[in-house]
Write a protein that binds this ligand. Sequence first.
Ligand code: ZN
Length: 180
Amino acid sequence: MGREDKEIFRQLQQALPEVRNWIDCYVEAYAHLAVPIVDLGFRRLSQYFDQSRLKNSKAVKVDRVQVPPLSQMGLPYFTDFEETSFIGITYMDTFFLAPPAHDCESTHFHELIHVIQWEVLGPDLFLMVYAVGLLAYGYENSPLERMAYELQRAFEAGRSILQLELQVREKTELMSKALS
Ligand SMILES: [Zn+2]
């Protein structure tokens, strides 16, 4: 890492507690609207994910998906990210969906990949890997997003994916090693 990268890394680590606190509050505020994925009546998700994953992951339909106010938290490098209006975002085992994605099975699939990534990495490491990837590669090519988009394309094409959960776990674990 160069000196500038080290400085960004330090800023990220310093902001982590505040980011995590914002996420906890956001998830908590909408907990009463969170619906287990298994109850949503999608037909294809159970061909890809474990039943326990679909029971323990939740979706919240909102008008607008919110991201943490990172620039106010001492992280000036994420203004593009902050200003993007996302159709879905995952915080731990809960994801938030904007109107175009409320009933979109494919977006639910995509966000469920992120749920597994959150679980494998844990909150601090997920946020670090996500942020570092975003800065280094941009949104769609950041490693955690690229994995989700690639698998989503296979899902949309109707391809079966062998041992999806295991595949996501192993790939995500490799990413955390690359960061440390
Ligand atoms: Zn994503």
